[in-house]
Ligand binder design. Structure first.
Ligand SMILES: C[C@@H](N)C(=O)N[C@H](C)C(=O)O
Ligand SMILES: [Zn+2]
Length: 204
């Protein structure tokens, strides 16, 4: 268990966290705060989870500015940000007995979301609609894996336009300091994961 812990209910009083509605030009639709998620129920309830650690929030602001320059009219849509550890446990438990746990960080190690240092995001096009990424958010199939994109491009299961949308999302986030993971096009971490687990405050 990390040395530093804070309850999600107390996050507003912690100086290291920033509230997403205060970040200009970024859209937020936290899917675990409703029923449109793979568990099928609202996991955040009365908790306000529209927060990120200031280092991740600053990276997100940089990414939004880059996106404005590279693809005017597009916006970033945050699908998940700070995820309390208690919710990570529920995601993990929901997938017990399946082979899908590769898509959820083991709470025994800790999700980078629970430190406010990871976000799930997609793009909104100039028409305000979500860009087509080839799969939906949290779609737990190989077609969602960045590591297999070349294969799916070759078979036609991923179109060049869908791939370009993923590349644009990745470019603006990577150029702003985030890193991706091999099996989820929507997930981005700020800083080294082990460093975050060892030295940052985890939100319970
Ligand atoms: C569950 C999915 N949206 C996600 O964020 N996965 C990463 C690996 C996590 O649980 O930290
Ligand atoms: Zn994620």
């Amino acid at each position: 268990m990390p040395n530093r812990l804070i309850r999600c209910e107390d996050i507003a009083s912690h100086p290291d966290f920033r509230h997403l509605p205060a970040l200009p030009g970024i859209a937020v639709d936290l899917r675990y705060a409703g029923t449109d998620n793979f568990v099928g129920r609202n996991l955040y309830g009365a908790l306000d989870c529209a927060w990120l650690h200031r280092l991740a929030a600053e990276g997100l602001e940089r990414a939004a500015a880059l996106l404005q320059r590279r693809a005017p009219g597009h916006r970033l849509l945050v699908l998940d940000a700070l995820r309390p550890h208690r919710v990570q446990l529920q995601l993990w438990d929901h997938l017990e007995g399946t082979d899908l746990r590769q898509y959820v960080a083991d709470p025994a190690r800790g999700s980078i979301h629970s430190f406010g240092m990871a976000l799930d995001a997609t793009l909104l096009g100039p028409d305000g609609r979500e860009a087509d990424m080839g799969t939906g958010y949290d779609e737990m199939t190989e077609l969602s894996h960045p590591q297999h994109e070349q294969r799916f491009l070759a078979t036609g299961e991923l179109s060049p336009a869908q791939h370009r949308n993923r590349l644009l999302l990745r470019e603006v986030l990577f150029d702003s300091g985030f890193q991706g993971i091999a099996n989820e096009w929507w997930h981005f971490d700020m800083l080294d994961r082990q460093l975050v687990r060892d030295t940052f405050t985890r939100v319970e």
